[in-house]
Ligand binder design. Structure first.
Ligand code: TUI
Length: 316
């Protein structure tokens, strides 16, 4: 049995979070992960309060275990969904793609456990000061919006810089990744890509098939030229067109920003393999099988346990 301080803090069996994947992480997936002993997370993505309320209702109808909500701070509806998590008495909030400090007082006063996703030591220190209970240190192996550092580099540096517990994210899909994360000093992990192919994940089947077929070099990070919105996704016609436009001499941050509008929906809802943006992590090549969320979690932690039990083979 693998157990860590984050399990007691959040009331979960296994120290694993499901990533708050926009257009993908809905109430049904979150409930399945929480029922499997992890922490399911609903993505508030760029939707309004009504969408989030409905997904919370669905999750509450499917599980009595704790689950979280991820607030994407670049969302135009961030202010209103920040209020909904208080009203709905959500136990855990994770944040992404920005600095959550302006909301933290209100959330902490409401008794919410706040766990920001950060991509640098500076941001980890800042959110610790603002009262975060833990941080998710995310490496650039992740799908979606990413920072500069790799998981191998960011996790130990954040662990050395802050006193609060650190969760590792980016490039983790099995027990080897979990065991390695624990060795780097993390007390838990967050996985997105592997849960994308869970039976309970409602994303379009074409999206799942793209991940299942992907290999080690199937993803690309676009948006580096205008560094505010670097994003990792599976290579396809959309990423090729995006890269061409990004490096055109007359490209601007604004013109590039507009190209991505609607592309996540096209991928996740319509399964448009040509024009959709299929956010996925570099570990996609290891994700080859559809399973239930509970099976994914128990398989990962069985493997973690046997690896850690065998670890002293290296100590002579
Ligand atoms: O946020 C993510 N992943 C994402 S966000 C996204 S974009 C989107 N989502 C929904 C609808 C429409 C668009 C796709 N994937 N991961 C967490 C994460 N946060 N990674 C990196 C960061 C981050 C970056 C900068 C956190 C803090 C930060 O601070 C910036 C600053 O102010 O210095």
């Amino acid at each position: 049995m693998i157990n860590s301080p984050i399990c007691e803090m959040l009331g979960i069996k296994y120290p694993i979070f499901q990533g708050g994947m926009a257009w993908i992480a809905d109430g049904k997936l979150a409930a399945a992960v929480s029922n499997g002993g992890g922490l399911g997370i609903i993505s508030a993505m760029n939707a309004d309060a009504g969408y989030l309320k409905n997904q919370i209702k669905i999750a509450k109808s499917l599980t009595d275990k704790p689950f979280g909500v991820n607030i994407m701070l670049m969302s135009p509806h961030a202010e209103e969904v920040a209020k909904i998590v208080v009203e709905e008495k959500i136990a855990i909030v994770t944040t992404g793609a920005g600095n959550p400090s302006k909301y933290m007082r209100e959330w902490i006063e409401a008794g919410i456990v706040v766990v920001p996703v950060i991509a640098s030591v500076a941001m980890a220190r800042m959110v610790e000061k603002s009262g975060a209970s833990a941080v998710i240190a995310e490496g650039q192996e992740s799908g979606g919006h990413i920072g500069e550092l790799t998981t191998m580099s960011i996790v130990p540096q954040v662990c050395s810089a802050v006193k609060i517990p650190v969760i590792a994210a980016g490039g983790i899909a099995d027990g080897r990744g979990v065991a390695a994360s624990l060795m780097l000093g993390a007390v838990g992990v967050q996985l997105g890509t592997r849960f994308l192919v869970a039976y309970e994940c409602s994303v379009h089947q074409n999206y799942k098939d793209m991940v299942l077929k992907a290999g080690d070099i199937s993803t690309v990070a676009t948006g580096k030229r205008f560094d505010a919105s670097c994003c990792r996704s599976l290579k396809n016609n959309f990423t090729r067109e995006f890269s061409k436009a990004e490096y055109a001499p007359d490209a601007t941050k604004e013109s590039i920003g507009l190209l991505g509008v609607g592309a996540l929906r096209k991928a996740a809802v319509e399964g448009d393999t040509k024009n959709g943006c299929f956010l996925a992590g570099q570990i996609s090549g290891l994700v080859n099988r559809e399973q239930s969320a509970a099976e994914i979690i128990s398989e990962i932690f069985d493997q973690t346990e046997s690896l850690l039990k065998g670890a002293n083979q290296w100590v002579k």
